[in-house]
Design a binder for this molecule. Structure first.
Ligand code: SF4
Ligand code: SF4
Length: 214
C-alpha cells in the first residue's frame, strides 16, 4: 500500500526541457512536450524521483494533496487458484514481501495483474510498488507480468541498473563475488543460499529502477 500525500509541479520558467524527469518516472506522469515538462497529476505517486533528476535546475516542487490517495489492491477480489498459480509459476510465494517501501506482497501484484493491470505502470498505480525506491519490486513485477503473458519490453537503455556491474539478463548466480561483496545491502549471497536451499530455479535478476525512453 502506498499513501500518496503529494504530487509535483513544474516551474515552466526554470524547466529547460531536458527530459531527465521523464526517464525516471515510474508511471509516465511527467512528460516533456515542446521542451516543457508537464505533470498528469492523477498518475503521480509522489515518489520524487523527478525532483532528484532535476536537482541541477530545481524546476520541480512538491504539491501537497488536500486528500491523500491510497494505492492498494485487495487480493481477495481474485480467483485464489489463479492467483496462487501465477505466483508459484513466477517462483514466488504469494506471501513473499516484494516491496519493502510499501509492504506489498507478491499476491497483491498478482491480483492487480489478474484484475487487468498489464503494464508495469498500471501495476504501480494499482498497488504502489515501484512508486517509491523501485529497487526491489521491479524484478518480481516484471516476472509476474511475463508469466501472465504481458512481458514488458526491456532494453538495457530503459533501465538504470543497481548494483553497478550487473546487466538485465544476468541471473542471481551470475553475479560475481566481487560485486556481491561490494553491495552487501542487496544480500546477494544470502539470496543465492535461500534459492539453493528452497530448490527454486535461478531467476533473472533485475535489481533496477525502471526508466522510460522517449
Ligand atoms: S528534469 Fe527538470 S529541467 Fe529537465 S525537463 Fe524535467 S522539469 Fe524540465
Ligand atoms: S517521478 Fe514520481 S513524483 Fe515525479 S511525476 Fe513521476 S510519479 Fe510523480
Amino acid at each position: 500500500m502506498l499513501v500518496v500525500d503529494h504530487v509535483v509541479a513544474v516551474d515552466e520558467i526554470k524547466c529547460i526541457g531536458c527530459k531527465a524527469c521523464d526517464r525516471v518516472c515510474p508511471t509516465g506522469a511527467i512528460v516533456t512536450v515542446d521542451r516543457i515538462a508537464r505533470v498528469d497529476e492523477p498518475l503521480c505517486t509522489g515518489c520524487d524521483k523527478c525532483v532528484d533528476a532535476c536537482v541541477d535546475h530545481g524546476a520541480i516542487t512538491l504539491l501537497p494533496l488536500a486528500t491523500a490517495r491510497t494505492l492498494r489492491t485487495d487480493f481477495r477480489t481474485c480467483d485464489p487458484v489463479a492467483l496462487e498459480a501465477l505466483c508459484r509459476t513466477a517462483q514466488l510465494d504469494p506471501d513473499d514481501s516484494v516491496c519493502p517501501c510499501t509492504g506489498t506482497k507478491a499476491r497483491e501484484i498478482a491480483a492487480a495483474i489478474l484484475n487487468g493491470a498489464h503494464t508495469v505502470e498500471a501495476v504501480t498505480l494499482q498497488t504502489g510498488v515501484r512508486g517509491a525506491c523501485s529497487i526491489w519490486c521491479s524484478s518480481p513485477t516484471v516476472r509476474l507480468l511475463e508469466i501472465a503473458g504481458f512481458p514488458p519490453a526491456i532494453e538495457e537503455k530503459d533501465w538504470r541498473l543497481y548494483p553497478d556491474g550487473v546487466d538485465p539478463k544476468m541471473s542471481l548466480s551470475g553475479i560475481s563475488e566481487e560485486i556481491a561483496a561490494r553491495y552487501p545491502e542487496y544480500h546477494l549471497v544470502e539470496n543465492r543460499q535461500v534459492l539453493a536451499t528452497e530448490g527454486r530455479v535461478d531467476l533473472p535478476f533485475f535489481p533496477s529502477i525502471m526508466r522510460k525512453t522517449k
